[in-house]
Design a protein around this ligand. Structure first.
Ligand SMILES: O=C(O)CCC(=O)C(=O)O
Length: 255
């Protein structure tokens, strides 16, 4: 169980890191499957060239054009991901962070992927809140980012701005794609508070869907792999007709 201080830190800062959280056998299974699916280009894959974030190849035909950014639909790829998502400790800890007695559900529509950051041709992700393209009754979801290997500044780890999930930011401070504009004094002041989230294999980051985060490119020699899933309570439903409702959510924990 999480301690009171861990729960209050999550509420205050919008994130929580738990070290060595996942069983070695489950980690190795996921790592094996992710590596195999990446090497064999098993679809569905989102490519760097599709996303066009800073640093990505210009087109699928450019050098590195077949560099994966995400192995999508991780939950249905293999039982090892289902085992991770349904593990009772994760369910209990999410229940504590949501402070709820409702059922807990996995969204199949958001994240639900293995983030792959390749040694060459990877892109950076600018400052954003995940909620920007999500449509739920409440902006209150929690994502769980699991490191399958080391994540550090050199290989493009996440950066977060503690407490930023509670901020109301004026729409003018965002660009068209809803990233924070980089030529804005208030944004610069906010970003000065950023912290790097350095993780090791088996460490987990819980983060609120309104928390501002960003990440750099991978300048190390190995591909970085992270499993990312997003959860919500049964009382907080995706809005009908939106991208968030395209696939049904999966029950992962019940009281
Ligand atoms: O690893 C990265 O570049 C960050 C990805 C990210 O923040 C996201 O998909 O929301």
């Amino acid at each position: 169980m999480l301690t009171h201080s861990e729960i209050s830190n999550f509420n205050k800062h919008g994130f929580l890191i738990k070290r060595m959280y996942v069983a070695e056998s489950n980690l190795d299974e996921m790592l094996y499957v992710a590596t195999n699916h990446l090497e064999n280009h098993i679809n569905p894959i989102e490519y760097e060239a599709d996303l066009k974030y800073p640093g990505a190849p210009d087109s699928p035909d450019a050098p590195g054009g077949k560099t994966s950014r995400r192995l999508l639909q991780a939950y249905s790829r293999d039982h090892s991901f289902q085992r991770w998502v349904k593990n009772p400790t994760l369910g209990e800890n999410l229940r504590q962070l949501f402070a709820t007695k409702n059922d807990l559900l996995l969204s199949q529509c958001h994240h639900n992927c293995v983030m792959t950051k390749a040694k060459n041709y990877s892109s950076a992700t600018l400052w954003h809140q995940d909620n920007r393209y999500w449509s739920f009754e409440e902006e209150n979801l929690i994502s769980v980012w699991l490191a399958l290997g080391d994540e550090n500044k050199k290989n493009g780890c996440l950066y977060v701005i503690p407490g930023s999930h509670r901020l109301e930011i004026h729409p003018e401070r965002f660009n068209k794609a809803l990233f924070l504009k980089d030529n804005d004094m208030q944004n610069e002041l906010l970003i000065n508070n950023a912290e790097a989230v350095e993780l090791q294999k088996g460490d987990v980051l819980f983060f609120h869907s309104k928390l501002f985060h960003a990440a750099g490119r991978n300048n190390a020699s190995r591909t970085k792999l992270s499993v990312v899933f997003t959860f919500h309570e049964s009382g907080n439903n995706p809005i009908k007709g939106t991208r968030s409702a395209r696939q049904s959510s999966i029950l992962i924990n019940k009281l």
